[in-house]
Design a protein around this ligand. Structure first.
Ligand code: JE8
Length: 239
């Protein structure tokens, strides 16, 4: 999998050389390339923004540098196998399902906007050439797309076959298909007693059936308490 990042702050992506992602890069599972959008400007100030047409606060990212960067980094021929991700507060929700879909893609280009956003023609042009995903991390406002691109990267790459040491851990986590959309149960490890707080006895019983039931019940309880939106009527009936 090749990952490209276009940003006026490419240093954000230095962190991708650390921890598991660094290992994936070493193993050849993932190739990471960060690009400075200003490398495709031609004025002394390396200008990437301008005032919004129609007025309004803030500045908008000019289309020209993006187009020239696309030409050099991706190419000038349409190729639907290239997936271009625009993090945006007005994007569709980024979910585990989207992460799963992207984990089987060979090439992803992240376009990280700043200021008030990117001239919309950049997105329209990208849609005419590649497969585009305009996605939002959640209902809050960030200052740009870089942090979102990092979060999306981690969510996607950890699903790439061969990346996680123990693929079973993927099957049991929240939001994965096998969990019926339930939240993960509480986790415990040694010591059994810590500052007057004990591990639930059932988890020390060695009775796998009871442990499985306790975990399921806890997942249902937590999901009903914290994320009623995840429990549709069918799922509630089954629980
Ligand atoms: C005051 N303005 C309002 C519009 C957005 C401006 C900052 N910005 C510029 C590019 C850009 C890209 C993503 C996000 C973003 N914010 N929240 C999320 N979940 C995102 C995601 N994915 C934010 C961004 C600031």
């Amino acid at each position: 999998m090749r990952l490209d990042y276009l940003s006026i702050f490419p240093g954000y992506f230095d962190v991708l050389g650390i921890s598991l992602l660094g290992k994936a890069a070493v193993n050849g599972l993932v190739d990471v390339y960060a690009h400075d959008l200003r490398d495709w400007t031609h004025d002394r100030h390396r200008t990437v923004d301008d005032t919004p047409c129609g007025g309004g606060a803030g500045m908008v990212m000019k289309p020209d540098p993006w187009g020239e960067a696309f030409d050099e980094i991706i190419g000038t021929e349409p190729d639907p196998s290239v997936h271009v991700v625009f993090p945006s507060p007005s994007g569709e929700p980024f979910t585990q399902s989207v992460a799963h879909d992207l984990s089987s893609v060979e090439r992803i280009v992240f376009c990280c906007g700043r200021y008030e956003g990117i001239d919309h023609r950049v997105i329209d042009y990208a849609r005419s050439m590649w497969t585009v995903h305009e996605v939002s991390l959640g209902d809050y406002v960030l200052n740009g797309g870089e942090v979102a691109a990092l979060a999306i990267t981690e969510a996607v790459v950890r699903l790439v076959p061969g990346f996680m040491g123990n693929p079973q851990s993927l099957a049991e986590e929240s939001f994965s298909a096998g969990q019926d959309g339930l939240l993960e149960y509480p986790l415990f490890t040694r010591p059994v007693s810590w500052r007057g707080l004990d591990v639930p006895e059932v988890l020390m019983s060695g009775h796998h059936g009871r442990i499985a039931k306790w975990r399921r019940d806890e997942s249902i309880r937590l999901t009903r308490e914290r994320r009623p939106d995840l429990t549709d009527s069918d799922v509630s009936a089954r629980h």
